[in-house]
Design a protein around this ligand. Sequence first.
Ligand SMILES: Nc1ncnc2c1ncn2[C@@H]1O[C@H](COP(=O)(O)OP(=O)(O)OP(=O)(O)O)[C@@H](O)[C@H]1O
Length: 308
Amino acid sequence: MTDWAIRTENLTKVFGSQKAVGGISLEVQRGSIFGFLGPNGSGKTTTIRMLLGLAEATSGEIQLLGKTIPKELDAALPRVGALVEGPAFYPYMSGRNNLLRMDAADRNSDPATRERRVDAALERVGLSNAASKKVHAYSLGMKQRLGLANALLKPRDLLILDEPTNGLDPQGTREVRNLIRSLAAEGITIFLSSHLLSEIEQLCSHLAVMTAGNIVAQGSLEELRAKGETRLVIAGSGIEQALRERGLNPKARTGESFVCEVSGDFDVAALNSELVGAGHAITEIRLERPSLEEYFVDLTGEGFEVVR
Ligand SMILES: Nc1ncnc2c1ncn2[C@@H]1O[C@H](COP(=O)(O)OP(=O)(O)OP(=O)(O)O)[C@@H](O)[C@H]1O
């Protein structure tokens, strides 16, 4: 039986006459870094708010760490850290005092361990040296890391992060991404929304693609990569006839090369040695896979930003 950190079935949210989330079934495996990819306005934040019990679903079901939401919210939430719409810090208070204050506002947290937990969280996100600095002097990346420290004041099994690198400069983006990687390496399941395909490709093991309130693709990165059509590109002496004899359907491409549609697991090395063995001089042979971006654009008719 698969152990799901998040599972939804037919989750729907309607605002007036608008379906912001149109019946989505998410399956987020424990231990994964799961990317929730979609352009702005596709329904990601609304979904995340429903997962966390911040918004009520119109219909459908949610399981978070095996608990039914919203019925068993109190049992699930202590193990879930969240970063949704940058938390509001007091700018003229230090990072450390902000965390102490936020922890004190949480009725389930233990005052006896507060200082120790706050210092450990600051250490974890690399802010120990800036702990006594006022937050208004923090860079955006530091503020975002402080937000993550706030989400890490207690031991967590799952972190839900809404666009965690949005608005950060390249340095801040790198800091936050590295932090996410190290948290995942500790075994925390990460669910992260982003409108950047490049971010998801760099960080995530699994993803779901949202467009206009619906999931149009979901699975591991490799599964989705294998879905687009694979092409064999090949050039060599007498190659067209040789390919036809082997049941492939070559089409002429630029220069001397031909292209054939093949399955994702096509064995190029075997074909190469067979053709060479039969006396053909092969000057080019390779598989060409469409990028994830091409595949998603085919599915959604939209572009994804590909900022690195
Ligand atoms: N409280 C609300 N009342 C009415 N419509 C809403 C409300 N919240 C969201 N919407 C609408 O629902 C749709 C999905 O919005 P949502 O914020 O979930 O998208 P998103 O993918 O998170 O985008 P973004 O990255 O811009 O936040 C949008 O069309 C938005 O205008």
